[in-house]
Design a protein around this ligand. Structure first.
Ligand SMILES: [Zn+2]
Length: 364
């Protein structure tokens, strides 16, 4: 019950949801222009104190679902065209690690229900999500069966919920990304967005290049292929250029909003004095955070390159998404409060700002 569930919703709802079914889906929206997808929920909820850095499992779904709903609303208000269910790391293996496997089904259902409610309320696309399992091992057939089971059940729950499409993300193994795509094709009828992560070395763990991985995913039927997480704009962009030239399908890019460098190209490799010159990941990354205008620049550059599925991953806040949306010529609801320094107490140019303040500017 994938598309039929979506369509039947359209006959029951009120307000914007009543038009559901006539709304364009992911592929129609992509044909008309870029689609913005906010991600990075887990990092943002960790900063707010609703889940633990380390395991990064969104237990907030069970403990404070209202916080998840508000964060979805904040990202939509900032310009996201998508409400993506927070099922990242709500899979069997991760819940096993934190000893909460029994909550697998209710937490997945809760994430999907919350995201669906927000998507229908805001006329955004409703996306399902599956991700890296952390047990994939091409040499271990038992582990591979478990990976397939994890993907099958999460895709099934997403399809039951009536998602418009499914995101498969943050894979370090190309083979795992292919298994995820296979599951989306087998257990749902919706489009598949498959993005993976490039660590320090510009290759997947089995040695495939990012270009080869995208070509394999495209050949296997992915609707959107590309990169997400781990690399910041500066070190993701050169790889995106190669990918855009090498595939025909839509390309996606969702970097982390951190100033990664040629020497330290991934956010896990960044080191800083604040952390005794050791890894800043995950809780010492603040000195590396990109400004909102840097994320806007990234969005503009990626769009000019031909990337059409755009977003920001771990570390993103609504202000980053708003800057990305504005760089693409959008004016989301939150743009009502985009900076206007004309009324600043010292830097303002407004006639109501007194000279006693503006004359002091140089001494600030
Ligand atoms: Zn991420």
């Amino acid at each position: 019950m994938t598309k039929s569930a979506t369509l039947s919703d359209s006959t029951n709802g009120a307000g914007p949801a009543a038009n559901r079914g006539k709304e364009p889906g992911l592929m129609q929206r992509l044909a008309a222009g870029p689609v913005i997808c906010a991600e990075g929920y887990v990092f943002e909820l960790e900063r707010r104190g609703y889940l633990q850095a380390g395991a990064f499992v969104p237990v907030v779904l069970a403990e404070h679902p209202e916080v998840v709903e508000q964060l979805h609303m904040d990202f939509v208000r900032a310009g996201s065209d998508v409400t993506q269910a927070l099922t990242y790391y709500v899979h069997r293996e991760k819940l096993r690690v934190i000893g909460r496997e029994k909550e697998l089904v209710p937490m997945n259902r809760a994430a999907l229900k919350i995201a669906k409610r927000v998507a229908r309320r805001t006329n955004t696309l409703f996306a399902g999500d599956i991700c890296n399992t952390n047990i994939y091992d091409p040499a271990d057939s038992k582990a591979l069966r478990e990976v397939e089971r994890i993907f099958a059940e999460q895709v099934g729950w997403a399809a039951d919920a009536g998602v418009d499409y499914i995101v498969a993300e943050t894979f370090s193994w190309g083979g795992e990304a292919l298994l995820a795509l296979e599951a989306i094709k087998k257990y749902s009828k919706v489009p598949a967005v498959v993005t993976f992560s490039v660590h320090r070395e510009e290759q997947m763990r089995e040695g495939w290049s990012p270009v080869e991985t995208c070509q394999r995913l495209e050949a296997a039927g992915a609707d959107v292929v590309g990169l997400n997480c781990h690399r910041g704009p500066a070190t993701m962009m050169p790889i995106l250029k190669k990918i855009r030239r090498a595939v025909q399908c839509v390309v996606g890019a969702l970097p982390v909003p951190y100033r990664t460098t040629r020497q330290q190209p991934s956010f896990m490799s960044l080191t800083d004095r604040c952390c005794d010159n050791a890894r800043a990941f995950p809780t010492g990354l603040d000195p590396f955070v990109c400004t909102r205008s840097e994320m806007g620049d990234f969005g503009r550059e990626a769009f000019e390159l031909g990337v059409r599925y755009l977003g920001i991953c771990c570390g993103a806040g609504p202000h980053h998404i708003r800057a990305l949306a504005e760089a693409l010529g959008r004016h989301p609801e939150a743009s009502k409060y985009s900076a206007d320094m004309s009324k600043h107490a010292f830097f303002g140019t407004d006639k109501k700002i007194r000279p006693v303040q503006t004359e002091y500017r140089a001494k600030l």
